[in-house]
Structure formats: C-alpha cells, structure tokens
Design a protein around this ligand. Structure first.
Ligand code: F6P
Length: 322
C-alpha cells in the first residue's frame, strides 16, 4: 500500500519539561516534509480511545517555554497487551495513520517497537526527567529537573545551615540515580544515595562527621527515590551522627516548569530530526544525542544499550565534598 504521509504524534509516560518543544519541532518538521499531522491526546490510552486532533503549525506556536505536554500523557496497562497493541494498530490503519512519532521513556518506546512490528513506521525520542536511556547522553527534561532540584536544595541549604542540621533531600529516579548525582554534584552535597552504588550508611555518616566542625555543621544528603523514602533514613542518620536530621521530598516540582535552554535545544533538534528520519524512511529508530550530535539509532539497539554510570562525576563529587 502506498504511504499516506499522515503521521501521529504522542507523548507517553511521565511528562518532562521540553516535551512541548519536541512536539512543536516534530509538528513543524513533519509539515515541512509534506505530512498531515495528527496529535494523539493522552498517549497510548488516547490512541485506544481515538482521541485525535489534527494539528497545524499555529497550534504549536508559543508552546516552546511551557512545561508539561499540550498533548497530555498517560500510562496505559492495556496498551502493551496483545489485544491492546492489535487494537491500536487497527485504529491507526482505519485512520490512515501509518507512522508515529513517540516521545517518552523506555516503556513507551518499547510499545512503539511493538507497533512497528505490526506495520506502523515509528520514530521515537527519549523524553523523561530520569535520564535513564542509555543510548542518549541526555533525555528531554533531565536538565530542567536537575536545575529545579538545585534551586530547591540551595533554599533548603540556607535553613539547614542556620540550624546546623542534616537534610536528606529525596529526588526522583527509580533505577537511575542521575538526578541525584548531577544535582548533588552541582549543589555541593555532602553525600548521595543512589541505586547504582552500594550505600553504607555508617561509612557515609562517619565521612559526613569528619567533614564537619563547629563552623561547618550543615549537611545535605541527596537521595534517589529508587533507594527508598527519606523517611526510611531519618532516624538512623540522626542516631549515627548525633545531628538533628530533617528530610524533604522534592516530588513533582521536578517534573514541571519552563524548560531550560538545554532542554529546549535538545527537544527542538530531536523533534526536527524525528520528522526528518521519517521523511527519509529511516524508521524503527530513536533520535539520540551523543557527544553533541543527533543520530537516529535502531530502537532495539537503543533499548538494549546499557546506561553508563558517570563514575568520574561520582568520584569528583566525593572528593570535593570534604
Ligand atoms: O517519569 C519518570 C518519573 O518521574 C520517575 O522519576 C517517577 O518515579 C515516576 O515518573 C512517577 O510517576 P507518576 O507520575 O506515575 O507518579
């Protein structure tokens, strides 16, 4: 069958600042290459509900700096089932949408790969604040989340200093500690607790105490949520250090707000490159950034790429913390 040149665009999974810049760039890029563009609302759940909005260039005007995603997003349990995938494919075929641009994390891109196996052309982009996509140096939203977390911790640091306390600040990141690592590095944290490393609380507290004297008594520990809640640590840290220990969960503020210039650039390039890849027939791919270059890599390869831990940043942070 000849291709329809009708492309659907959706955002899926947890939202991330910069998704709107990616939508703007994909919509305008696709129009530039002669496509009709259909916005699919609420991710795969909206696809299954045929929740579609035809999009034009004006509809994505002035969205670059907005947080969230104008297309909305969701996590669907039904979509990744055999029945869900087949239903989604039938709907796309019925509407003559034979290609999709998907912005989301690895779960969303795994779903996209399944649709490709059912005949839909796919180009993806990694959009998640967690930066847990091994094939790309950065994911859309990560830089903004880290910037937000740093801003919050600098405020927490003020009061922690005034009271000579320890504050354990919980950030997002279930399997990947990058938000904790990059935030901790950039705000001079005393320690971080992340899923990639074995965490010995006793050693950590001893090191924190060694780094304290009567003039420097305030300490910040950044905790990735994948290692538990800050509440799990409060009592033990207080007992091991003898220092009043408080905690803060930064929560969903990390997912909101206007994207940084880095995320706007990343998302805009990725969005345009996704439309270009589609136009060139370079589908079943994900657009990634490596060493400042944008590449379309096969989805399977991208999903299988192990995330490399930034050991150098971890070691440097620990040296500079004392
Ligand atoms: O999108 C990633 C993420 O922000 C994780 O860091 C976090 O654990 C999760 O989403 C929260 O998801 P939800 O919005 O479903 O609570």
């Amino acid at each position: 069958m000849p291709k329809t040149k009708k492309v659907g665009i959706l955002t899926s999974g947890g939202d991330a600042p910069g998704m709107n810049a990616a939508i703007r760039a994909s919509v305008r890029g696709a129009i530039h290459f002669g496509y009709d563009v259909i916005g699919i609302n609420r991710g795969y759940a909206g696809l299954l509900d045929e929740d579609f909005t035809p999009m034009n260039s004006l509809m994505v005007k002035d969205i670059m700096g907005k947080g969230g995603t104008i297309l909305k997003t969701s996590r669907s349990d039904y979509f990744p089932t055999e029945a869900g995938l087949n239903k989604a494919t039938d709907i796309l075929n019925t509407f003559g949408i034979d290609s999709l641009i998907v912005i989301g994390g690895d779960g969303s891109l795994t779903g996209a790969l399944e649709l490709h196996r059912r005949g839909i052309d796919i180009v993806g982009m990694p959009g998640t604040i967690d930066n847990d996509f091994g094939a790309s140096d950065y994911t859309i939203g990560f830089d903004t989340a880290v910037t937000t977390a740093i801003d919050a911790i600098m405020k927490i640091r003020d009061t922690t200093f005034s009271h000579n306390r320890i504050n354990i600040v919980q950030v997002m990141g279930r399997t990947c500690g990058d938000i904790a690592l990059y935030t901790g590095f950039s705000c001079g944290a005393d320690a971080i607790i992340i899923p990639e490393k074995e965490n010995n609380l006793e050693e950590m507290c001893e090191t924190i105490l060694r780094g304290r004297d009567k003039h420097a008594l305030a300490s910040i520990i950044v905790l990735a949520e994948g290692c538990g809640s800050y509440r799990d640590y409060l009592q033990e840290v207080q007992e091991l250090t003898g220092v009043t220990t408080k905690g803060t969960n930064l929560g969903y503020i990390q997912r909101g707000g206007s994207p940084t210039h880095f995320d706007r650039n990343l998302a805009s390039y990725m969005g345009f490159k996704a439309a270009e890849a589609l136009h060139k027939g370079n589908t079943k791919t994900v657009i990634v950034q490596r060493n400042g270059k944008y590449l379309a890599v096969p989805i399977e390869e991208a999903l299988a790429t192990k995330k490399e831990f930034n050991q150098e940043m971890f070691d440097t942070m620990n040296i500079l913390a004392r």
